[in-house]
Design a protein around this ligand. Structure first.
Ligand code: UDP
Ligand code: MG
Length: 296
């Protein structure tokens, strides 16, 4: 069974068109399916336009806007399929591509992500998105060309090693890959938004940068935080130590009085910060250790 999970927030114009197209495509595929629409606290009157014509169509509501990540999670919790498709409600993704996704899964892939070759976005967002994908490819060996593409399909078992929280749906593909799933990509159509505006606004890029850094940190260091904090702390400490050593040598052998050396403050500051950063790493290690112990 295929579960198509679609979060939406104020997409009343797009929804009826999308559901018609989807039902049409899915009926041709001739496999059991369900379409789960998650209303992420919409404030418009979409219900008046959306006539539920199909038994396969379900709507689940959030009482208020909880974000796309939570909406996807709600959809998953209410899904029955062994193959899951994620897509947007704004008609930017084309239901016709679902067939290609399913073909790839039939060929034996566990996770298939879209590539929006002709992405309809501002040049700034597109450039940022390319840089983020490049960063993750270079530093985390991500195999994805367009990691931010929301259109994707995967086998349900991929979720065994992943739990959705906050904004981490953005690096779900990478998590799937890093936990050993067979991943693949296909080109998808990306239409211009016909109705309404993007729901993420201008903060998208800034939040995107934070998400990319979070992904980098979590995948690389979540099991060994001291490797991250330890190196940074040690470098700070070492610089502080060398500065202080230099001042001490001047004081002892050349009689330069310390009150004449403002550099002393920097030396002390770096030593203290260095120790604190290393300590943060040690506490991180303790958290990981205790967490493992309680989970086993
Ligand atoms: N969305 C949502 N909750 C949110 C933000 C977005 O359910 O808090 C939905 C939105 O209605 C759309 C999808 O997530 O179906 C993608 O959002 P959008 O098209 O605004 O993102 P963009 O394509 O601009 O990245
Ligand atoms: Mg969109």
């Amino acid at each position: 069974m295929i579960s198509i999970i679609i979060p939406f927030y104020n997409e009343s114009e797009s929804l009826p068109i999308l559901t018609d197209q989807l039902i049409d495509v899915m009926n041709k595929i001739k496999k059991e399916y369900e379409i789960i629409l998650i209303d992420d606290g919409s404030t418009d009157a979409y219900a008046s336009k959306l006539i539920i014509k199909s038994e396969e169509l379900k709507i689940i509501k959030h009482k208020k806007k909880l974000g796309k990540g939570r909406a996807l999670k709600t959809g998953l919790e209410n899904s029955k399929g062994d193959i899951i498709v994620f897509m947007d409600a704004d008609l930017q993704d084309d239901p016709k591509d679902i067939r290609n996704f399913l073909k790839k899964i039939d060929e034996g892939h566990d996770f298939v992500n879209g590539i929006r070759a002709n992405r309809q976005e501002s040049i700034i967002v597109k450039t940022y998105s390319k840089i983020a994908s490049w960063f993750l490819r270079t530093f985390l060996h991500s195999p994805f060309t367009d990691i931010n593409c929301g259109f994707k399909a995967f086998k349900k078992e991929v979720l065994n090693d992943f739990s959705f929280y906050g904004n981490n749906f953005r690096f779900f593909p990478l998590a799937a890959y890093l936990s050993g799933n067979k991943v693949s990509e296909i080109a998808v159509i990306n239409n211009k938004r016909k109705f309404g505006k993007t729901k993420f606004g201008k903060s998208k890029i800034f939040i995107g940068i934070l998400d990319t850094l979070t992904a980098y940190f979590l995948f690389k260091f979540s099991e060994k935080p001291l490797h991250f904090f330890g190196i940074i702390g040690a470098i700070l400490f070492l610089v502080g130590f060398l500065v202080s050593l230099y001042l001490a040598i001047e004081r002892i052998f050349f009689g330069v009085l310390l009150y004449q050396r403002p550099l002393l403050q920097l030396g002390i500051l770096l030593i203290i910060i260095g120790i604190q950063v290393v300590m943060t790493g040690i506490i991180g290690e303790l958290v990981v250790f205790l967490n493992k112990k309680t989970n086993n």
